[in-house]
Write a protein that binds this ligand. Sequence first.
Ligand SMILES: [Zn+2]
Length: 232
Amino acid sequence: MRSILRLSRHVLDALAPERCAACDATVAADVLFCHACREAVNVLSPHTVRVAGLGDAIGSAGVAIASLTAFARYDAGADRGPVAAALQAFKYRNAFRLAPRLAAAMAACAPAGTEPPLVAPVPLHVRRLRGRGFNQSALLARHVGRLRGWPVAVDLLVRVRDTPSQTALDVVARRTNVAGAFAVRRAEAARKRHVLLVDDVWTSGATAQAIAELLRDAGVAAVDVLTFARVV
Ligand SMILES: [Zn+2]
């Protein structure tokens, strides 16, 4: 009886209409935001910026990241908009339903180089992975890779040290916080390749910068970053 109930819940779940990523409005399949929320999204144009000019923001003299591409502006604060609401829902409630649609927006603006990049997610520490059951950045990376036909290396990087949340830290503290937190596990697979590092949101860039430095040391040719949203 229980398994029948569970099965019917899955069936109902699959048949249920898609909901807007930010509110409860019903949307057509594959649509990320309802009309009202979409109007309130600050889509970044151009999507891609050269990161060299962001050295001060990252708190580093030498920037190891070549470029950053983000679909929309992250709207935090009191008047939290649909982008922040969508990422909150993605992270804590609805990851598997939202991942394909968030990734589609990212894949559409990902820059195409001359050769396909190796797509890699920002890794989660194993303790958090056990607690949450999945790495949200890996979900996005898998879908971006599938949509663009690019290879995905989910285990290219590993988080060797669990770090406190970055939310309350300033730029310098963020850099100290992530120093030594990551390692390259499959350096051979990435040597001389172009890596596209995927994460849900770009905040200070401290995490991406720390990873990019490691990848460059491991012989990676170039590191670009792709996120759904970016704090501007
Ligand atoms: Zn909505």
